[in-house]
Design a binder for this molecule. Structure first.
Ligand SMILES: NC(=O)c1ccc[n+]([C@@H]2O[C@H](COP(=O)([O-])OP(=O)(O)OC[C@H]3O[C@@H](n4cnc5c(N)ncnc54)[C@H](OP(=O)(O)O)[C@@H]3O)[C@@H](O)[C@H]2O)c1
Length: 293
């Protein structure tokens, strides 16, 4: 068994993917804007991920914009049959690299067509509707009008499965009354666990939960407890952070982002890390909001 197989598999839309995947956002330039520092290195990271068995890649046409999708196409098309590419719509970039909502029906429709063209696909496997009521955290508000536009694009055959990103539990419930939801992608990691209840609810219904910032995002996780556990296990802190997420719930799919081949290999090797009960207890206490044991 190769190390990435040890992460197991879970259903994403109608397909089954390995639980250790790859997030492509870090391949764009600084602030996820413009071209990568090293174009060939970016292609090499994508190819190495797929060679290692990754069959779930997360992207968006607003990374760059257009940059990560074009890199994915250049590196990987024609795509392996088992590769599931998940993209997202609902945002656009300002000229100053800001993240802005792109909610109008024509903007959502254009985003789907931009993703299709830049990825070189006839149909998108999974499209996450990225909610921007507050760009930095889930915030309440109806998403029905936006989802109805996406559901129409699904009926036209341009989108196979619909997911949600940056959403509250109430928005997930509202969405599920409108169409099937394949996955939810929200901010979650060892230190940031607002979605504990949501993860368990989705697990009961067989819906994938895909944490973004699994390593802490632009400021990777740092904690003495995490470093201590990693040292005892002969692993790196980032590997332990990923192993904890794999252990947290069977419906969690990982998309750690990196622009580095060394980090990619390190992250994929997290699949073979066993966390002892002691290590788990220490890690479980790391959450900012963890109740004192
Ligand atoms: N839906 C949303 O709103 C949303 C938001 C953010 C991200 N995402 C998706 O989620 C994916 C993951 O999030 P993310 O990439 O922002 O954050 P992340 O995976 O938590 O962390 C990425 C950061 O960690 C560094 N890193 C990666 N592996 C490392 C290692 N082994 N050792 C040390 N540093 C390491 C990366 O730098 P190097 O490049 O130097 O390795 C980068 O700075 C993205 O790629 C994107 O597809 C979605």
């Amino acid at each position: 068994m190769t190390s990435i197989d040890q992460s197991g598999t879970f259903k994403l839309g109608g397909r089954t993917v390995r639980r250790l995947g790859y997030g492509a956002m870090q391949l764009a330039g600084p602030h996820v804007f413009g071209p990568p520092k090293d174009h060939d290195a970016a292609l090499a990271v994508l190819r190495a991920a797929v060679d290692a068995g990754v069959n779930h890649i997360d992207t968006s046409d607003f990374y760059g914009p257009h940059v990560t999708n074009r890199l994915i196409r250049e590196a990987l098309a024609p795509y392996p049959d088992d590769l599931v590419i998940v993209t997202k719509v609902g945002a656009r970039r300002g000229e100053d690299a800001s993240w802005l909502p792109a909610y109008a029906p024509e903007e959502l429709t254009r985003a789907v067509h931009d993703n299709l063209r830049n990825l070189g696909l006839d149909v998108l496997d999974v499209v996450n509707l990225r909610i921007m009521i507050d760009p930095y955290r889930p915030a309440e508000g109806s998403i029905e009008a936006l989802l109805t536009v996406l559901a129409e694009l699904q009926r036209q055959g341009l989108v196979r499965n619909i997911g949600l990103s940056n959403v509250t539990a109430a928005q997930v419930a509202e969405a599920r009354r409108i169409c099937d939801i394949a996955c939810v992608q929200n901010h979650y990691n060892l230190a940031h666990r607002d979605d504990d209840a949501m993860i368990d609810d989705l697990a009961r219904d067989g819906i994938a939960y895909v944490p973004f910032f699994p390593l802490g995002g632009f400021t990777p996780l740092q904690s003495s407890a995490l470093s201590d556990v990693a040292k005892r296990l002969g692993a790196t802190p980032m590997q332990v952070a990923l192993a904890w997420l794999l252990h947290r719930a069977a419906n969690i799919l990982l998309i750690p982002g990196t622009s580095s081949l060394v980090h990619l290999r390190e992250n994929l090797a997290a699949a073979s890390i066993d966390l002892s009960d002691d290590a788990l207890a220490e890690l479980n206490n790391m959450a900012e909001s963890a109740p004192s044991a």
